[in-house]
Design a protein around this ligand. Structure first.
Ligand code: C2E
Ligand code: CA
Ligand code: CA
Length: 439
């Protein structure tokens, strides 16, 4: 029943459990299967000896065991392969968080005798019943995901159903995305926000684009989900944060109440060093904490509400502002939201864009503004595409506006021109006047 070396479940016992859990009468709900492959074990065995290799496997198994819940199952299914069965899984977000946890337990090198040895792993993930209806297919698909993780050089990969040409295209993109971050192919665009009270600029949202050397500009909707599915979202976000703060430090010199907003994906809420990463970057670029706004969607928070609350509280204690993005489209409860230390609600653009034609959308926008104000929060409306929507929002008392009518996301240089046109002269550095002598 057990693997001799690690005392985790054996391969056979793991298959038996998997068959049982996925049988029709088990009523198990969602299950995630993860296969973890340790890299370079052969090299370690040949350079440091099999004894050290065995100790390494044992130490890794110990850490795996410590991170699991009682209902989870861990097994060693091959020389350098481990498998996990996680039973209390709600969705794919939970499963990728578990993969992140496995990576985290390897942040610290393993202590073997007097040495410290770091190991790297690749992880494949597939879900039952989303990706497979029976044990054999689930394992097979987890192996496919593992191979995709290895070939794309990613830490982990969630199985994706269709391996049609577009998904093949995704795999190629994913492989290239890693280089894109290192090769500076990513660029930041900034979309202005104005105060609806006096129509002055009061902030910007930083939105990333990928300037692909062959395919041209790739929009974030196309590659952020890819980055999220394979663990690249953390380095990508660190890059966006540093670049944005570097670019925007001059904006803060001109205006006291000017915010820069950065989007945070769910994985970042579970990154243990998030607060340190952000505060370090703010120190380097001289950003005051209250000039930074972090946008998090309701759906991202709901993947692990408790952990999200903890992280957001720490950020809030560091003086950083939090905005709930795409407000009105997630599945959070007001009971949960009222505990969050947030400063701003950002009404989803789907309600704003149609509010002049659709009375229901208008009512939703109105209600969110009232809700936000009753909780002393600022309310931002994005997706403002016409003057009519802009004036209606102002009449409803909405605080801040963002949308194509005001300004599209633009590169830094264009943003500077845009701001120069709109900012009152006194807050801009004045040109030095030279006397012109006509004679
Ligand atoms: P989001 O955070 O909801 O960003 C707003 C999106 O709405 C942006 O699309 C923006 O260009 C678009 N938008 C703004 N005003 C209007 C308007 O008046 N009309 C219309 N039709 N659209 C408008 P974009 O830049 O393509 O970004 C899409 C999504 O990608 C973002 O949605 C965000 O979820 C994600 N994203 C972008 N940059 C980053 C990033 O640096 N990190 C992370 N984690 N996600 C990002
Ligand atoms: Ca946003
Ligand atoms: Ca949004």
């Amino acid at each position: 029943m057990h693997d001799d070396l690690t005392r985790l479940s054996s391969r056979k016992s793991f298959f038996d459990d998997l068959r049982l859990l996925t049988s029709h009468d088990s009523n198990m709900g969602n299950i995630a299967c993860l296969i973890i492959n340790i890299h370079d074990l052969n090299r370690i065995n040949s350079s440091l000896g099999y004894n050290t290799g065995d100790k390494l496997i044992k130490a890794f198994a110990e850490r795996l065991r410590d991170m699991l819940k009682e209902t989870d199952i861990a097994a060693r299914i091959g020389g350098n392969k481990f498998a996990l069965l996680l039973t209390s899984i709600m969705n794919s977000g939970h499963a990728t968080l578990a993969a992140n946890k496995v990576l985290m337990i390897l942040d610290e090198p393993l202590s073997i005798d007097d040495d410290k040895i770091s190991i790297k792993v690749s992880i494949g993930i597939a879900l039952y019943p989303e990706h497979a209806n029976d044990a054999e297919t689930l394992l097979h698909n987890t192996e496919i995901a593992l191979n995709q993780a290895k070939t794309t050089n990613c830490d982990y990969k969630l199985y994706c159903k269709d391996s049609d040409s577009t998904k093949q295209g995704d795999l190629i993109l994913e492989k290239e995305l890693k280089n894109a971050i290192e090769d500076n192919q990513l660029v930041m665009h900034y979309q202005p926000q104005i105060s609806l009270l006096d129509q002055r600029p009061c902030g910007i949202e930083a939105l990333v684009r990928w300037q692909h050397p062959v395919n041209g500009v790739i929009p974030p909707d196309r590659f952020i989900t890819l980055a999220e599915s394979c663990g690249l979202i953390v380095p990508l976000t660190i890059w966006t944060l540093n670049t944005t703060l570097r670019h925007c430090s001059p904006c803060f010199e001109h205006k006291e109440d000017f915010n820069v907003s950065i989007n945070l994906s769910a994985a970042l809420l579970h990154e243990p060093d998030l607060v340190d990463i952000i505060t370090q970057s703010m120190q380097i670029w001289g950003t005051k904490p209250n000039s930074l706004m972090l946008e998090v969607t309701e759906s991202a928070m709901m993947i692990n509400p408790e952990q999200s609350l903890q992280t957001l509280t720490k950020l809030h204690q560091a003086g950083i502002n939090i905005s709930i993005d795409d407000f009105g489209t997630g599945h959070s409860s007001l009971a949960y939201l009222k505990q969050l230390p947030v400063n701003e609600l950002k009404i989803d653009k789907s309600f704003v864009m149609n509010m002049t034609d659709n009375p229901d959308d208008r009512k939703i926008v109105h209600s969110i503004i009232d809700l936000g104000h009753n909780f002393d929060l600022k309310v931002v409306a994005e997706g403002i595409e016409s003057e009519q929507v802009l004036s209606e929002l102002a009449a409803l008392g909405c605080d801040i506006g963002q949308g194509y009518f005001i300004g599209k996301p633009m590169p830094l240089i264009q943003l500077q021109h845009w701001m120069n046109k709109l900012l009152p002269k006194k807050v801009l550095p004045q040109p030095i006047k030279t006397k012109i002598n006509n004679h």
